[in-house]
Write a protein that binds this ligand. Structure first.
Ligand code: 5GP
Ligand code: MN
Length: 367
């Protein structure tokens, strides 16, 4: 893909502007308005806008997408939210979640939206393979592309990017973005609920990945009417019986703890998926259970899917599962929470994971 010099220059400045901007409030961002004013004038008249987020959307993906959707829709824009695959049930309460287009279910419509839109927002991902069936359409699109994300090592596919790794969530960055536009007064209770959801899910309910800005933004969202009690209940106390029994099965029958590697692994086979009638989202959060053991610093949840093996990785402290995901499993994410995938058998994947942890621990010892 050829990129014009104008785009490259624009990208460079946008990135610098973003990196310099560490505060979330209208009054403190005047110095960095150069590029945001381009975006502001772009959005000053009603546009056709597509908001995209990643495959297997989590609370942050849907919270940031619907938060931005309501902000833009309230100002007269026509907005379509598109995800590659379905979202989990625990976020189905979110306003207009039922209007989201799922590319796996309606690819023609998704591609038509992308082909005909003026602006594309890419939220909570920074590599185009995270939106795989739409990758080509996005690359080919002439729309203005704006990426807002908090993962490491962004690909350079967007015209403007707000890429900040020291931020709890993309939802926090959407709050920043709206504030940079000087329009934080337009964040109403509905938008606040969406944005608080992603902050809660990406921080394990304010347990990790918290920055001073995170608590400031969360406080501001509460002031604007976010209903914390309701959101926490929907996210954490809405399991059905099948899911809780599945968790029991994982912990009792599918968990291996390797003391010398301070590592725990839970795996699920294709048969498990059938036997427990596992649907998308039913396995959310299982990987975090492994870290409840004091002796475990590294956790993997490995699922045998129809054509790939999918890994969810977590760690405590300095060990980077992001490196493991990137080097060995074509993936990425954050130091303490990452994911990737593997082509081959479940057993080979588990063995590869164990070897990769061993290699990385040995490398850490010698460095
Ligand atoms: P989860 O385990 O909750 O699915 O994902 C944890 C983190 O890893 C998320 O930030 C997610 O974006 C990232 N991640 C998960 N799977 C992949 C993948 O296949 N590729 C990349 N690049 N990142 C992933
Ligand atoms: Mn996120």
């Amino acid at each position: 893909m050829s990129i014009s010099t104008h785009h490259l220059v624009n990208k460079f400045y946008t990135f610098v502007w973003i990196l310099n901007c560490t505060q979330a409030f209208d009054t403190e961002i005047h110095d960095y308005m150069e590029n945001i004013s381009d975006i502001k004038s772009l959005l000053s008249i009603p546009k056709d806008i597509v908001i995209l987020s990643h495959r297997n959307p989590d609370g942050d993906a849907i919270g940031s997408s619907l938060g931005l959707y309501w902000f833009l829709k309230n100002q007269g824009h026509k907005v379509n939210v598109i995800f590659p695959s379905e979202y989990p049930d625990f976020v189905a309460w979110m306003p207009d979640a039922d209007k989201i287009t799922i590319c796996d279910l309606d690819k023609d419509f998704a591609i038509r939206c992308i082909d005909n839109t003026d602006v594309i927002f890419c939220l909570d991902f920074n590599a185009l393979d995270r939106v795989d069936p739409m990758e080509q359409a996005i690359s080919d699109s002439k729309a203005v592309k704006i990426m807002i994300d908090h993962h490491m090592y962004p690909e350079g596919f967007a015209d403007h990017m707000l890429s900040k790794t020291d931020s709890s969530s993309t939802c926090e960055l959407i709050f920043d973005f709206i504030s940079m536009l000087g329009q934080s007064q337009l964040i109403d209770g509905k938008i606040a609920d969406c944005l608080l959801t992603g902050i809660i899910t990406d921080t394990g309910s304010f347990k990790y990945n918290i920055y001073p800005s995170t608590l400031r933004v969360a406080a501001s969202l509460l002031e604007r009417g976010a209903n914390n009690d309701f959101i926490q209940e929907e996210i954490f106390n809405s399991m059905n019986e099948k899911e809780l029994r599945l968790l029991g099965h994982c912990l009792y029958n599918r968990m291996e703890v390797i003391d010398e590697l301070e590592t725990g692994i839970i795996w699920l086979t294709k048969d498990d998926f059938e036997k427990f009638d596992i649907k998308r989202g039913d396995t959310e959060g299982i990987v975090n259970q492994i870290l409840k053991m004091k002796k475990v610093k590294i956790a993997a949840f490995i699922k045998e899917q129809p054509s790939i093996i999918k890994l969810s990785l977590r760690s405590k402290g300095d060990f980077s599962v992001q490196e493991i995901a990137t080097k060995y499993f074509k993936g990425g994410g954050h130091k303490n929470a990452s994911g990737g995938y593997f082509y081959g058998s479940l057993n080979n994947c588990i063995e590869r994971f164990k070897r990769s942890v061993k290699t990385q621990l040995e490398a850490e010892k010698t460095s």
